[in-house]
Design a protein around this ligand. Structure first.
Ligand code: CMX
Length: 135
C-alpha cells in the first residue's frame, strides 16, 4: 500500500474541555475543529502539528469503544492513523497479508475522511487506522 504520512494520533480523553489547557496553554497548539462523529460515538478535537494532527477523542455514549477503552486502560494514546492513497485497496492488501480487519471498507470519519481500522491483536498491539482524504 502507499502510506503518505501519519494523518493523526488519536488520544482517548474523558473530557476535551479539561484537556484544552494542556494542549493550548502548555503546548501552544490551536484547536481548529471540534466535531462529533455519530458513527463512532465520539466527540473529536483537532490540533495541527506540521502535517500530522492530534485528535482528542471524548466518548459521547457509554457504549462507545472509546468509553470502553478508557474504562479498561485509562486515558491515553488510542490509535495511530496513516493516510493512504487508496483505502479499499489498502484494506484488501492488509487482509491478504493476514491482518484482521475491523472494517472491511471505508466509513465516514471526522474531517470528511474515509476511515477503516485494523485490529490491534494483529498489528502488534496498536489500534491502526487507515484513512483516505476525499478526492
Ligand atoms: N489499542 C490497543 N489495544 C486495544 C485497543 C486500543 N485502542 N482497544 C482495545 N484493545 C485491546 C483490549 O485491551 C483487549 O485486549 P486483551 O484481550 O488483551 O485485554 C482487546 O483489544 C479487545 O478489546 P475489548 O475491550 O474486548 O474491546 P472490543 O473487542 O469490544 O473492541 C476494538 C476493540 C479495537 C475492536 C474496538 O475498540 C474497535 O472497533 N475500534 C475501532 C473503532 C474506534 O476505535 N473508533 C473510535 C475512534 C474514531 C475516530 O477516530 O473517528
Amino acid at each position: 500500500m502507499k502510506i503518505t504520512h501519519i494523518e493523526h494520533i488519536g488520544i482517548a480523553v474523558k473530557s476535551i474541555e479539561e484537556q484544552l489547557p494542556y494542549y493550548e496553554g502548555v503546548l501552544g497548539l490551536k484547536c481548529y475543529n471540534i466535531e462529533t462523529v455519530e458513527d463512532q460515538k465520539v466527540k473529536t478535537a483537532f490540533f495541527k502539528v506540521g502535517q500530522t494532527k492530534i485528535e482528542l477523542l471524548e466518548p459521547t455514549d457509554e457504549e462507545s469503544t472509546v468509553a470502553k477503552f478508557i474504562e479498561k486502560r485509562g486515558e491515553g494514546v488510542h490509535h495511530i492513523a496513516y493516510a493512504t492513497e487508496n483505502l479499499n485497496e489498502s484494506l484488501e492488501e492488509a487482509e491478504s497479508k493476514g491482518i484482521r480487519l475491523i472494517d472491511k471498507q471505508g466509513r465516514p470519519g471526522a474531517e470528511g475522511l474515509s476511515i477503516a481500522f485494523l485490529h490491534p491483536k494483529s498489528t502488534g498491539g496498536v489500534l491502526t487506522e487507515l484513512c483516505e482524504h476525499p478526492q
